[in-house]
Design a protein around this ligand. Structure first.
Ligand SMILES: *Cc1c(COP(=O)(O)O)cnc(C)c1O
Length: 821
């Protein structure tokens, strides 16, 4: 993050800490995540206790070069020449430091909160005001108890406007954010149902949000939304907008769609004014009106506001990870560029292990508020510290400052077109390429050239959701219980290295796959976590050992085979896992075989038993709970006997996803988390919102046809409409994993917000939907499943199967695109 300068002694005083300063030092950068440390020399690491205790990472941060720490206790070991500042609550200290920093500047600050649209409104206000102001704002949506202080820490003497968003999920949080942001101007965006679960009722949530504005001089909000809460508004001077009431300051009385734009007319200061919004979806319109009101409230003329709003561009905070040409991976972040988001994108680049070579294509950066030589020196430092192997700079400014860059392989071009002409010579092959550009450089052209063309059926995977799901289960584990993530069958259809990289970066303990080949693929993609193989074939033991994969031994035959294999090659203590069959009756040693097994393991030096486990047949089903209890008893008995024989401790594990929540006493040393990671668990009610499905499947309309009553549709003339109507032919069929069972009205898809049934049989590559009465065009998007409209669970119910089967059926032909925020 960007820098500011305080001596460590001064920091100690600001946060009121104990501890000795052993070496004076200037602090300019704050870190809370030991994995993201670069330029550590002037860094200060806060050991925060969130889902993981930051104190566990002090040694890692030290190894990365950090010599200044804010901790609640410790250090537990000797770390020479490091300053340890001890406080009761390191997060409170981080917030106090940011609040102090904020108090050193008297720039104007706009504070934004609401349930939806905070980030969009913040980014749009930035687009609208950057022409006259030197603006500092949150990177991406860094709006939490940690994100806000890190954002505010970036304020420097040149900024004359701050735009900061604040997000909360429960009571008593906004107070702390207000003290850090101190906004003189408040903007309230759409209030919806997000985070309702953290509050007793909607009013409590609103009151908590309004806390952000308790010291503000002016508040901009939607009059219609707060009509019942007038007395609760903490600010006297307000600027309101409305689509219903003409007493609002900005009363929007006419709305028309023109092409894909939205044309608004409104009354303002007794005059009629207008505004053209270059979007037509409802959320964008509401956010754009909020920005319009804010510009007027800030004193801009209606003409100027209209002129700037017309040029608003979409805000994409997401990075997209796609398969590229020539065995490359492409990270597409082609819509904006500034130092903070560059750093975030480079961190994501560094999370990728699938190719050794890491490449950055970067455009000139605008509106940084820094002088060019300072800016590009910082960019060059960042690029160097993130170990980029190949650098391609596009733009006059980068070209002019190329002397700062010292990347092993580097190229500079004046503009995007020139670079594209040289694409062949740049020889992209087996590398991970980050494309990061300011909008005017139109880097989407580069991304189009480098990413493999997707046929129009795409499965979108949200990696942030994956992480949230993982953290949800971690929060349900007893202390010390390890996580083995099940990534068999292409991670339940969701991807190989893309998912595994995320899990490795976020420190799961083990991975498991079904077959040796799956394990080899993960190793070749740079995954170094221990990997358990559920079902090893003797013919591939060479690969198994070459790639350090750990087999499950489930029968005497397999044990024999593997022991002779290791014996022949002089291998000792090879890690293996023992599977006990306690009632699933698939693979594993039966209870009566345990004694013989123990005899065979006694003094066997060829293998080392890493873990002993079994699998529950019905962990999710109440009606089988007695059976599950029997399985648990059998497992405990077998594991105990084996441990006694071996004379050393082994990892014991039994629970799959549903078991984690329903059978917490059986978590033992580790759990095997499968489908829950991908957002599905019948033991967690969907209404609780604790889990989200990570995948959505989308396709598009290839053709629209008028059909008369009586005409037949598809093979075997299987479909018919009862009246004259219309069908849409869409680009998904059973070869993509949309099974034939969905045909003839059993399955439904979402077009233009409406669920419509299939007609006729599903064909190999296409199927037909009844769209009678809807305005559907060729090319329109069609949603097969997603989190909001039609979940995977519902598809499974339609054809009488389980979500596992729906997910793993999606064929490899369907391109996967990964999103990360
Ligand atoms: C697939 C599998 C799991 C994961 O089960 P979920 O229900 O998806 O959590 C756990 N253990 C074994 C042995 C498995 O094969």
């Amino acid at each position: 993050m960007l820098s500011n300068h305080y001596s460590i002694t001064k920091v100690k005083q600001i946060i009121n800490a104990d501890g000795n300063i052993v070496k004076e030092c200037t602090i300019s950068t704050l870190f809370t995540d030991s994995r993201r440390i670069s330029n550590a020399a002037n860094g200060l690491f806060f050991a925060l206790s969130g889902r993981r205790n930051g104190h566990e990472f002090v040694a890692e941060a030290y190894a990365a070069g950090i010599r200044n720490f804010v901790v609640a206790h410790g250090p537990e070991f000797n770390l020479p020449e490091a300053n340890f500042l001890r406080v009761a609550d390191p997060l409170a200290a981080l917030q106090a430091l940011a609040a102090y920093h904020r108090s050193q500047f008297n720039l104007q600050v706009i504070g934004i909160t609401g349930s939806n649209g905070k980030t969009i409104v913040k980014e749009w206000l930035y687009q609208l005001l950057a022409a006259d102001k030197n603006i500092v704002r949150n990177p991406k949506s860094y709006n939490s108890q940690i994100g806000v202080p890190l954002s505010v820490w970036q304020i420097n003497g040149r900024n004359d406007l701050g735009i900061f968003e604040a997000g909360i999920s429960t009571v008593n949080e906004m107070d702390k954010l207000e003290a850090i942001i101190k906004p003189q101007i408040g903007v309230l965006t759409h209030m919806g149902t997000a985070h309702d679960e953290g509050f007793d009722n909607p009013r409590q949530k609103l009151l908590e949000k309004l806390q952000l504005f308790r010291n503000s001089k002016k508040l901009i909000y939607n009059y219609d939304q707060l009509i019942d809460y007038k007395k609760d508004i903490p600010v006297k001077d307000t600027f309101t907008w409305s689509r219903k009431f003409n007493q609002a300051d900005l009363y929007v009385f006419s709305e028309t769609v023109i092409a894909k734009n939205y044309y608004l007319r409104a009354n303002y200061q007794k005059k009629e004014i207008e505004c053209l919004i270059p979007f037509s979806d409802q959320a964008s319109i509401e956010n754009a009106i909020t920005c319009w009101a804010t510009m007027l409230a800030l004193g801009y003329s209606a003409v100027e506001a209209d002129k700037r709003i017309e040029r608003l561009t979409p805000v994409s905070m997401r990075l997209e990870l796609k398969t590229g040409v020539n065995e490359c991976s492409v990270i597409d972040d082609s819509y904006n560029s500034d130092l903070q988001s560059l750093e975030i994108a480079l961190n994501f680049l560094n999370q990728q292990n699938q190719h050794q070579k890491k490449t950055l294509i970067l455009s000139d950066i605008f509106q940084s508020g820094l002088q060019q030589d300072v800016l590009y020196r910082q960019v060059a430092d960042m690029v160097a510290s993130k170990n980029v192997d190949k650098f391609i700079g596009v733009g006059e400014a980068l070209l002019a400052h190329q002397q700062y860059f010292k990347v092993a392989e580097q190229y500079f071009f004046t503009d995007t077109a020139t670079m594209l002409q040289q694409l062949k010579q740049l020889n992209f092959k087996e590398e991970t390429i980050l494309i990061k550009g300011s909008r005017s450089f139109e880097f989407e052209r580069i991304s189009k050239a480098l990413a493999q063309k997707a046929h129009e059926t795409v499965m979108e995977i949200n990696l942030n959701t994956l992480l949230n799901n993982l953290n949800f289960y971690k929060s349900k584990l007893k202390p010390g219980v390890k996580v083995m993530a099940m990534v068999k069958a292409f991670s339940y259809g969701s991807g190989t290295f893309e998912v595994a990289n995320m899990l490795q970066y976020n420190k799961v303990d083990y991975l498991a796959v079904a077959y040796i080949d799956e394990g080899v693929a993960l190793r070749q993609a740079g995954i170094n976590l221990p990997i358990m193989i559920l079902n090893s074939e003797a013919s591939a033991f060479d690969k198994l050992t070459e790639y350090k994969l750990e087999p499950v031994i489930y029968s005497f035959g397999l044990l024999d085979d593997f022991v002779s294999y290791t014996q022949d090659r002089g291998i000792a203590n090879y890690p293996v896992h023992l599977k006990i069959d306690t009632g699933m009756h698939r693979l594993g040693f039966e209870n009566y075989e345990i004694e013989t097994l123990c005899d065979m393991l006694e003094e066997n030096r060829y293998v080392r038993i890493q873990s002993v486990f079994s699998h529950l047949a019905a962990s999710e089903a109440k009606k089988h709970d007695e059976f599950t209890k029997t399985q648990i008893k059998r497992f405990e008995k077998a594991a105990k006997e084996i441990e006694k024989t071996l004379g050393y401790k082994v990892i014991k594990h039994l629970c799959n996803t549903a078991g984690i929540i329903r059978w917490p006493a059986a978590q033992y040393d580790m759990v095997r988390l499968g489908i829950g990671l991908y957002g599905i668990d019948s033991a967690v009610p969907i209404t609780e919102n604790a889990l989200q499905p990570i995948a959505s499947l989308k396709t598009s309309v290839a053709q629209v046809k008028k059909i008369s009553a009586g005409d037949t549709i598809s093979y075997s003339r299987s479909g018919k409409l009862s009246k004259d109507g219309k069908i849409a032919t869409v680009r998904i069929g059973y070869a993509d994993g949309y099974l034939r069972a969905f045909g003839n009205g059993i399955g439904k898809m979402l077009i233009k917000g409406t669920l419509v049934p299939t007609v006729g049989n599903i064909t190999m590559d296409m199927c037909m939907l009844d769209i009678s009465g809807l305005d559907v065009r060729e090319g329109d998007e069609v949603i097969v499943f997603d989190e909001q409209h039609q979940r995977i669970e519902e598809l499974a119910a339609q054809i009488g199967t389980i979500p596992y089967e729906i997910l793993t059926n999606i064929s490899q032909r369907v391109k996967r695109v990964y999103f990360y925020e």
